[in-house]
Design a protein around this ligand. Structure first.
Ligand SMILES: [Zn+2]
Length: 292
């Protein structure tokens, strides 16, 4: 079981943190930040150009290959920038303007595309109610007072927390000694610190691509699910045309018959959303309409 305790960031993270720091302290981003974007809002999506990532010591490669941890470091640095400007807003990095070689037709996605960060043109066909999810849970040991945080997974069972790592390590190392103790405190005496749990807003959008509207797939009732987070929740409505930069993910089928069903469906975990299409060129239909 993974248990995270606060420690000094490792060498890799140190260099990632440094790259983000250089990016946010560069002329362009410093000016952006000085305009205090999102002031007064609880959460704000701070846009970073894809191309700019390449200028800071492999940040673009790190971002594409190891997106979660790279963003985690970046959001930490960005939060410091906000705190330095006396803003209580929680900023989240939203990388935008992905290159055309990442542009993809949603209906052509296959399982082999899982985990790729790609960009899609989509039209919203429906939106779900806004819900929340438990993103990180906090646990503590009732014996030694150790506390640790667990990253949960969206739409999956909450991680099982069975024992305190610190207490267990003491027991294990004691077993190696010449005279092991015969009695140990129970390492499983742990509880969740619910008031320190972290919840995130999410919303599901059903989208179709412009191509699906043309080739009849949309009419046939086919659509794809996109999950949006934080400041993107509650922002979009039916028939909005969007560019969705998202990680391809898989979920169990909704109407599965048995719990361990191995079938999976593709959905998109939105990283950032831009208004309007990026790749699809709309055919001007206004002329046609005015004629009829
Ligand atoms: Zn303990």
């Amino acid at each position: 079981m993974k248990q995270k305790t606060p420690t000094e960031p490792d060498e890799d993270s140190q260099s990632t943190l440094e790259s983000w720091r250089l990016l946010f302290e560069s002329e362009v981003y410093k000016n952006d930040l000085d305009a205090l974007p999102g002031i007064g809002e609880p959460v704000f999506g701070f846009e970073v150009e894809w191309n700019d990532l390449a200028k800071y010591d492999g940040l673009q490669v790190k971002f594409s290959e190891n997106m979660g941890p790279t963003l985690f470091c970046g959001n930490q640095v960005l939060k410091e920038q906000y705190t330095d400007r006396n803003m209580s807003t929680r900023p989240v990095i939203r990388v935008i303007n992905l290159p055309s070689n990442r542009s993809y037709e949603v209906s052509e996605l296959r399982m082999r595309d899982r985990t790729r960060l790609l960009t899609f043109d989509g039209v919203v066909v429906s939106t779900s109610p806004i819900i929340g999810w438990l993103k990180t849970s906090v646990h503590k040991c009732n014996d030694c007072d150790s506390k640790w945080t667990i990253e949960e997974r969206l739409a999956r069972p909450r991680e099982k927390v069975k024992y305190c790592r610190t207490c267990l390590d003491i027991i294990l190392s004691n077993m190696d000694t010449k005279k092991p103790k015969s009695y140990h405190k129970d390492p499983t005496d742990i509880s969740m610190v619910t008031e320190e749990n972290y919840y995130e807003d999410v919303q599901y959008l059903e989208i179709v691509s412009p191509t699906m509207l043309e080739n009849g797939m949309a009419e046939n009732g086919e659509s794809f699910q996109v999950v949006v987070f934080d400041e993107n929740v509650g922002q979009f409505a039916k028939s909005d045309c969007l560019t969705i930069n998202a990680v391809v993910a898989v979920d169990p089928l909704i109407n599965r018959d048995f719990i361990r069903d191995t079938r999976r469906m593709i959905y998109l975990r939105a990283h950032s959303v831009e208004e309007g299409f990026s790749n699809y060129i709309e055919v001007d239909s206004s002329e046609e309409e005015s004629l009829s």
